[in-house]
Design a protein around this ligand. Structure first.
Ligand code: ADP
Ligand code: MG
Length: 527
């Protein structure tokens, strides 16, 4: 069963199959099936001529309806375009996964093996038509097994092709009947229609695919279907169909169960979505001890359960943790949006199988709840993130401010405060606070404030400085101002501001030091 082998093989049955669904063959089928009821109608019409019996009319009518039904059925198969289904990207592996769930009631007697490789390979086609194809093939396989047996469905792909095989160990098909496969109305079943394979061939050929059948009586049958692979097209068209535990499983009573039981699939999908975050997960775990996958799962559960309060507090702690470890916010944003998208894919898949959710109103409400809770989470996350950062910045700024007001002791009673750089309102209040507390704590008797490094000061700041000097004086500390810049003096003169008697001024720091710091000063300043 080497797959690549059978791709290349063209044997008798292959050649035959590629000619199927031709007009001639379908016409032969129609002739055969429709001729009988029409002959019957003709007969009853003749009888009516002889005897006007209502019964004949009823029988004729029933026969005509039968013929019409056959024709309609045939039209559907030979013209699958009837409902004008659009082409789209299809991952057959995902479709097969969903389809096999329809045969759950058979699993007790037939074991189903799925060997899916290269999932996520896309073909371009009509989804419903293709679903019918595989539904028919799988159904035939089940029907070919009278009691117990097994069916293996394989999916594989290479660069150019996607290949699916459906293999059963059922009754098999006699070699001389292989030619009949796909012929309309050919059936060996009591209640068969013989239309299944006709549709299969017709749709597969419409998709530029090919069919290969191998069969042996009493051993089994293997159908191999190959399609050209779609490359380079946008892969995600609408909603992604996921490989999930079905909602109808007895273990699933609500959305919470659904998410809990499908957790592995959820994580897989999330990782596929959040391309940029994916590689960071370990790093984030290392840096911040944050388990992104755990947290995403928790968030989803809180959201689907509508626990608003907990969503908010979770957002707050997440925001703080994220800020604390200086993790990039862009990653968080991408991650949360990926969670939102996957959540939607899941809901869609859940919705597929649940009538309760299926009502328009319910679905609308659920949509509103989920979107608003996700938004709530994002909002609070950002608020707490930026609050934390703001607090941090404020604390850092305060520290910097503190450092920018260095009161350096020169002797036991004399200190110097060199002010360098611009002084704004915040800095001047730091100056005020620090000067007053230092004077009182360190018992400073003389404070030299050197302003030679300060080129400009706003009038309000000068005023505040005058206040500092006044306050210092009141506390018994003499303030000496040195290095006052002409620019600042000009402003003071213009505004009529001065230090009054509260401060001594000296031209330069050196002059002040010469006066206030003398050798004996350093040693014997009285208490
Ligand atoms: P129906 O299933 O209604 O008979 P189909 O077109 O699906 O119509 O199949 C036509 C016939 O082909 C079946 O009646 C059966 O004899 C044969 N056949 C199809 N698939 C298989 C299979 N997997 N194993 C054995 N016989 C099959
Ligand atoms: Mg069938």
């Amino acid at each position: 069963m080497v797959q690549s082998d059978s791709w290349e093989r063209t044997n008798k049955s292959d050649t035959h199959l590629s000619q199927l669904a031709s007009v001639g063959q379908i016409a032969a089928g129609i002739a055969h099936e429709v001729k009988n009821p029409l002959t019957a109608v003709k007969g009853f019409l003749q009888l009516l001529k002889q005897k006007n019996d209502e019964q004949y009319i009823e029988i004729a009518q029933a026969e005509l309806e039968n013929a019409i039904a056959i024709l309609q059925n045939l039209l559907h198969v030979s013209k699958p375009d009837l409902d004008d289904e659009p082409f789209e990207s299809i991952d057959l592996a995902a479709e097969l996964e969903l389809l096999t769930q329809l045969f759950q009631d058979q699993f007790y007697r037939v074991s189903l093996v799925k060997e899916f490789e290269h999932t996520g390979s896309y073909i371009y086609g009509k989804k419903n038509q293709l679903k019918k194809v595989f539904f028919n093939l799988i159904k035939n396989a089940f029907e070919a097994i009278p009691e117990n047996g097994s069916i293996t469905i394989r999916h594989t792909a290479d660069k150019e092709r996607v290949m699916i095989t459906i293999e059963d160990n059922g009754v098999g098909i006699p070699a001389n009947k292989l030619e009949m496969l796909g012929t309309p109305f050919y059936t060996t079943k009591q209640s068969g229609t013989g239309m299944g394979l006709t549709l299969v061939f017709s749709v597969v050929y419409q998709h530029n695919g090919s069919i290969h059948v191998e069969s042996e009586e009493h051993v089994g049958t293997k159908f191999t279907i190959t399609f050209p692979r779609e490359i380079g097209r946008i892969k995600r068209k609408e909603v992604v169909k996921l490989d999930l535990i079905d909602h109808s499983s007895p273990n699933i009573e609500n959305l919470t169960d659904f998410f809990t039981l499908n957790r592995a699939a959820f994580e897989k999908r999330l990782l596929a979505e959040a391309i940029n975050v994916r590689d960071k997960i370990d790093e984030i775990m290392e840096v911040g001890n944050i388990n992104l996958l755990d947290n995403a799962h928790r968030l989803v559960l809180l959201v689907v359960e509508g626990r608003e309060h907990e969503v908010i507090s979770f957002a707050k702690t997440e925001g703080i943790v994220w800020a604390k470890h200086s993790l990039t916010l862009a990653f968080k944003l991408e991650w949360i949006q990926a969670v939102r998208r996957v959540l939607w894919d899941f809901l869609y898949n859940y919705d597929l199988s649940d009538e309760k959710v299926n009502s328009r109103e319910n679905f609308f409400n659920l949509e509103k709840q989920i979107n608003s809770l996700m938004d709530l989470f994002l909002n609070h996350l950002f608020i707490s993130y930026s609050q934390f950062k703001d607090d941090l910045i404020r604390a850092q700024r305060e520290m910097v401010e503190d450092l920018s007001v260095p009161i350096i002791p020169l002797s036991r009673s004399t200190s110097i405060l060199p002010l360098i750089g611009p002084i704004d309102a915040l800095r001047s209040s730091t100056i005020e606070e620090k000067v007053f507390s230092k004077i009182s704590n360190d018992r400073i008797e003389t404070l030299i404030i050197d302003l030679s490094g300060t080129l400009e000061m706003e009038p309000e700041v000068i005023q505040q400085l005058i206040g500092v000097i006044e306050g210092s004086k009141m506390m018994g500390c003499e303030v000496v101002i040195t290095g006052l810049r002409p620019e600042i003096v000009k402003i003071m003169v213009r505004l009529g501001l001065n230090f009054g008697n509260n401060a001594v001024t000296k031209g330069t720091l050196q002059q002040a030091l010469a006066v206030y710091i003398q050798p004996e000063h350093l040693q014997s300043k009285p208490e």
